[in-house]
Design a protein around this ligand. Structure first.
Ligand code: CA
Length: 235
């Protein structure tokens, strides 16, 4: 029997938790609800979920504190965390990503959007995605042959742009802060200014031509490669 992916929902508002649970269950997930940090911690110690949906504003310890702790703990550090937040402002988004959240979604959100985010973080966990052909919208990247095409046209990319694009494509639809990109693309121990990321994103966009529009700048938060951003047709 196929194992259903487990989702731990850490949310103190029962109505929201119930709505998410029902939708996840209908979509082939196995949701578990924890209404506070103590219950969430106990659930994590019992069964490790595939994804954690973590509300920012919780009674007692905040979602941010929990994200930091779980990210630092060996047992939980690889479990993707999606922060749920009613706060929309950019400082908070950055704080959430810096605390180790993989993504965040602002309330109120659509079920469709939430499911898309969950599937995106789950794809990221699948190691086979790291090799071979990756396709996002009209963009294709073949890691084994180093070929990148947009709408079937072969593109020429520098090695850093290739690596950056590979990362963005295998982690599409999510916002990545500059420090996260430095960490993932350039490596943990490299000391480079965050501005370097902007330079390479600019070069990457240029190299992609019309496909460059698929890379969104999310003000105050970072960058995202999205298949939803349909490049405008040339007039
Ligand atoms: Ca709350």
């Amino acid at each position: 029997m196929r194992r259903l992916p487990g989702v731990l929902i850490v949310e103190d508002e029962p109505a929201i938790a119930e709505l998410i649970s029902v939708n996840l269950r209908h979509s082939g997930f196995r949701p578990v609800w924890a209404m506070d940090s103590i219950t969430a911690q106990a659930e994590l110690e019992a069964v490790l979920p595939d994804v954690i949906l973590l509300d920012w504003m919780l009674p007692g310890e905040s979602g941010l504190t929990l994200a930091k702790r779980w990210r630092a703990h060996p047992r939980t550090k690889t479990v993707p965390i999606i922060m749920l937040t009613a706060r929309g402002d950019e400082v908070d988004r950055v704080a959430g990503l810096d605390a180790g959240a993989d993504d965040y979604i602002a309330k109120p959100f659509s079920t469709k959007e939430l499911l898309a985010r969950i599937r995106a973080v789950l794809r990221r966990r699948a190691p086979e995605q790291d090799a071979g052909l990756v396709t996002v919208g009209d963009l294709s990247l073949d890691a084994s042959t180093y070929r990148v095409t947009f709408q079937g046209q072969l593109l020429k990319l520098g090695p850093t742009e290739f690596k950056l694009l590979h990362y963005l494509m295998t982690h599409a639809e999510r916002v990545h802060s500059r420090s996260q990109l430095l960490d993932k693309v350039w490596g943990d121990h490299v000391f480079i200014e965050e501005r370097t990321v902007d330079v390479h994103v600019k070069r990457l966009r240029e190299a992609l031509g019309d496909g460059g529009q698929m890379i969104d700048t999310v003000r105050g938060a970072g960058y995202r490669l999205s298949a939803q951003t349909v490049p405008a047709k040339q007039a």
